[in-house]
Each structure stands twice: as structure tokens, then as C-alpha cells.
Design a protein. Structure first.
Length: 144
């Protein structure tokens, strides 16, 4: 049963700098998990147990997701760290796994580290670290 649900602002748009200045235009990241701990005056949110963070068109799954918030703008994500059974799916038909995944909201990128693997259209990339930039558009046909 999910006991934690949290909606946070992110700075993901094609014009990232203008979105960074105007949080009302920023898309929301929704995080769900079995439990939630608030740390450091609510600047760090720790979601544990079947944690899922999603912002159309990507999803991030892990045993634990730590959300680091901006000190100047309430509920704006600076970065998220997924630890333990970390998996991602993206709107451009990529799926990945790693020991750790870091999401950087301002740059709209994810860093998969620790036995990182990334699939796209049945092709596999396997490295210690893989950096991906998140798509602004969504693929309509993923050939899995």
C-alpha cells in the first residue's frame, strides 16, 4: 500500500532557463512510495519502499529515492538520487538499470552508475556509468 505521495516542481521545458525562473510553469514530478521521511527542514525528502518518481515522459523506480529541494523555491527539485534496484524508462523508448541513478532537473539528464545498462530497441549498452539526456518528445512506437 502506498502511503506517501508528493508532487514537486521540476524545471523541465524546452526553455529550461525561463522555467527555472518561473516555477508556476514547471512540470510536476510525482513521487510515490511506502514511506516518506523529511530531513533538513524538508529540503531532503527520502522515499522508501517501492518508490516511483515520474514526470511525463519518464519514470524512475528504486527501493529508495532521495529528493533534494531548492532552498530558494519551495518544492522545486534540484536533483534526485535513486538507490537500490534503480530502473528508468524514458519517452524515447529507453530502459535502464543501475545500482544508482541520479536525476538532475535543471539539465534534464540522468546518470546511471554501478553496473549500468541501457536498452533501446533491443540494443544494449553496458558500462560502469551512463549519462542520458531526457527527451523533450515522446516516441510513438517502441519496438520491444
Amino acid at each position: 500500500m502506498l502511503v506517501a505521495l508528493y508532487m514537486l516542481a521540476s524545471a523541465a521545458t524546452t526553455d529550461a532557463d525561463s522555467a527555472w525562473r518561473d516555477e508556476d510553469q514547471a512540470p510536476r514530478v510525482i513521487v510515490e512510495a511506502d514511506s516518506l521521511d523529511r530531513i533538513d527542514k524538508d529540503r531532503l525528502l527520502v522515499f522508501m519502499g517501492k518508490a516511483v518518481a515520474r514526470q511525463y515522459p519518464w519514470r524512475l523506480y528504486a527501493d529508495r529515492i532521495e529528493i533534494y529541494l531548492d532552498e530558494t523555491v519551495p518544492d522545486r527539485i534540484l536533483r534526485a538520487v535513486a538507490i537500490g534496484n534503480a530502473r528508468i524508462t524514458t519517452g524515447d523508448c529507453r530502459k535502464g538499470r543501475a545500482e544508482r541513478v541520479e536525476y538532475y532537473a535543471r539539465d534534464q539528464r540522468m546518470v546511471l552508475s554501478g553496473s549500468a545498462r541501457l536498452w533501446r530497441e533491443r540494443k544494449l549498452i553496458s558500462r560502469e556509468t551512463i549519462v542520458i539526456h531526457l527527451p523533450q518528445t515522446v516516441a510513438t512506437d517502441c519496438a520491444w
